[in-house]
Design a protein around this ligand. Structure first.
Ligand SMILES: NC(=O)c1ccc[n+]([C@@H]2O[C@H](COP(=O)([O-])OP(=O)(O)OC[C@H]3O[C@@H](n4cnc5c(N)ncnc54)[C@H](O)[C@@H]3O)[C@@H](O)[C@H]2O)c1
Length: 265
């Protein structure tokens, strides 16, 4: 019983988008096919076959995708989330978009109306399954993120990373507030909040120091009879931790792969 292959459209062809594309193409058996790549920078896709590039995202339907994957910026979900979900399934990795209540409501309502599905990957979050499965148990969820200042896009917060000379707290408060200040850096916080007790009850701390050269995320969730602590340190390039691109591919294949084999869930 061979199922049809899943037609996948990619938005954003940077660090993560390129790895996901390569990994989809590398396994002819996975039952997935990339039907377009869109990036706002023409230079980002200049080495791809012309017929794979989609210059104008409003033409996405012409490629008949079964799944569109955003790997670009939270603005894409704000601008295109509803339009895409009116027609097909949509996975967005720039999860900070969900901190905007209007965006969350629009996505939910559109999926109900159109019968499509929206997906949020666990991405940089180790243990998202445990956070989700026990979301009714947790009384508190704390996220501590430590990064070198030059790996934090401080533009929206109006800060210059060059000015940071010592360990500095960039944010300490509810997760809802950190997302618009550092929209490209705190997708992990947003996914933890969405999986667990929400953007207003999850507590976020963002620390930077020029002494550090790795990204560290610590998660601590507590509830009656249950205590969850997870910590991961890893290399970081740009705004993305070393383990994220493969993690994103893994979620794409969980949703889209139709090939044979034993599938871990
Ligand atoms: N969910 C997670 O755990 C997680 C982890 C790391 C990064 N991210 C997010 O994933 C996204 C991609 O990360 P990356 O490291 O590949 O970034 P990158 O900067 O290497 O690549 C992003 C690409 O998207 C393109 N782009 C940006 N805005 C666009 C738009 N509005 N329309 C079309 N193309 C656009 C850029 O030109 C660039 O080529 C970022 O938003 C980042 O914040 C999520």
């Amino acid at each position: 019983m061979r199922q049809q292959s899943t037609r996948i459209g990619l938005i954003g062809y940077g660090q993560i988008g390129q790895v996901v594309h390569k990994m989809i193409d590398a396994d002819a058996d996975n039952g997935m096919e990339v039907v377009f790549v869109h990036d706002q920078m023409a230079a980002a896709v200049q080495n791809l076959p012309t017929d794979l590039c989609l210059a104008n995202l409003s033409d996405f339907e012409s490629r008949q995708p079964d799944l569109v994957v955003e790997m670009a910026h939270p603005d894409v979900t704000r601008q295109w989330g509803q339009t895409i979900l009116e027609k097909t399934n949509y996975m967005f990795i720039s999860v900070t978009a969900l901190a905007d209540r209007a965006v969350e409501t629009t996505i939910e309502e559109t999926t109900r109306r159109a019968g499509t599905r929206a997906f949020v990957p666990h991405g940089g979050v180790v243990g998202m399954d445990a956070l989700l499965e026990n979301r009714d148990v947790w009384e508190s969820v704390d996220v501590v993120m430590k990064k070198p200042p030059h790996n934090v896009d401080c533009a929206a917060a109006g800060l210059d990373p060059d000015d940071i000379k010592e360990e500095t707290v960039l944010y300490d408060g509810p997760t809802r507030g950190i997302c618009p200040l550092f929209p490209r850096n705190v997708n992990t916080h947003a996914a933890i909040a969405y999986a667990g007790i929400g953007f207003d009850r999850t507590h976020s701390l963002l620390l930077v120091s020029p002494e550090w050269n790795e990204a560290i995320v610590e998660i601590h969730a507590q509830g009656p009879g249950l205590d969850l602590k997870v910590a991961r340190s890893e290399g970081i390039t740009g705004v993305t931790g070393a383990s994220t691109p493969v993690s994103i591919y893994n979620t794409v294949q969980m949703i889209g792969a139709t090939g044979p084999g034993i599938h871990l869930r």
